[in-house]
Ligand binder design. Structure first.
Ligand SMILES: C[S@@+](CC[C@H](N)C(=O)[O-])C[C@H]1O[C@@H](n2cnc3c(N)ncnc32)[C@H](O)[C@@H]1O
Length: 280
């Protein structure tokens, strides 16, 4: 059902989809306000779109993955790449101790402003940074390039980083640079959990058979996308390209790759494919 619904929206013009989505989310925000469903740590849904599903529940589930799979500890320094409205930061507020630290950055000015207002006054060791980076899907007026952006963290300062559903909206040169930035900011035992859409042999076969949510039918040379007009809507990389990018950045992939359900295969962790990278 979800697959059919997702594929239907892929056939509509992007401005129309955005308009329908924003109207729908504004209506849900109004309903939540009228029924008193919102709390101080509930961001308005209309601030940005992060797909379907329960905001709080998904954040809790990912915190569990970060601890069990990524080995996150309470006292560590964490970097959240593309933190949005704090879906992962909010559950982490209860987990990280005062000796730990959280840094999140995003290209959505409104999302970062909300996090700075709602989260930092309650947890001063949680910092949020706005990066005015161009992305046709998320910040079409951005002035900076992700391929040159310096993460807001010093060299060798990060224990654990993650990017959930962010590199899946980025072009190759941008992904390559972000991987290099991970290497720069990682402590010697640093590691990151990063989600991708990966085209390995199995996923290519499932896509060909029409079993996947996305078809990635357009090969732009640097990446594959579902939409050649707005490539950042969803980007994919072949497994070979991903391995090349990771190695070039001086990192390595911790096996196994945790493949997701987007392709139609049984999920090992999430809907997207999750890769753990460490220093090479
Ligand atoms: C699907 S949302 C996911 C948000 C958040 N990671 C989560 O899981 O709730 C994608 C996010 O990536 C951000 N984004 C896109 N390109 C980015 C970039 N180059 N650097 C940082 N964030 C980026 C968008 O603004 C958006 O908040």
């Amino acid at each position: 059902m979800y697959r059919r619904y997702e594929r239907f929206f892929q056939t509509l013009p992007r401005p129309l989809v955005r308009f329908m989505r924003d109207t729908y989310l504004a209506a849900l925000d109004l309903r939540d306000r009228l029924t008193g469903k919102t709390g101080p740590l509930t961001p308005p849904r209309s601030l940005h779109f992060i797909g379907g599903g329960d905001f709080d529940r998904i954040g809790e589930i990912f915190l569990g993955h970060f601890i069990k799979v990524g080995g996150l500890k309470e006292s560590e320094t964490v970097l959240d790449i593309g933190c949005g409205t704090g879906r992962m930061a909010i559950p982490m507020m209860k987990y990280l101790s005062e000796s730990g630290a959280y840094h999140g950055f995003d290209i959505s000015r409104k999302a970062i402003a909300w996090c700075q207002r709602a989260i930092t006054p309650r947890k001063p060791n949680f910092n949020f940074h706005y990066a005015n980076i161009y992305n046709k899907e998320y910040n079409s007026r951005g002035r900076l390039s992700a391929a040159e952006y310096r993460f807001p963290c010093g060299d060798q300062s990060v224990d654990f980083a993650f990017a959930t559903s962010v590199f899946t909206h980025m072009r190759r040169a941008e992904v390559e640079h972000y991987l290099t930035e991970l290497n720069r900011t990682f402590k010697p035992a640093g590691r990151a959990m990063v989600s991708f859409f990966i085209l390995d042999d199995e996923n290519k076969r499932l896509v060909k058979e029409g079993r996947s949510v996305y078809d990635f039918a357009h090969n732009l040379g640097d990446c594959l996308t579902v939409d050649p007009h707005t490539p950042e809507r969803a980007t994919a990389y072949t497994l070979e390209d991903l391995k090349t990018m990771v190695t070039k950045a001086g990192l390595k992939i911790q096996e196994p790759i945790l493949y997701g359900s987007w392709s139609g295969r049984r999920s090992m962790l999430d809907a997207q494919d999750v890769v753990i990278v460490t220093k090479g």
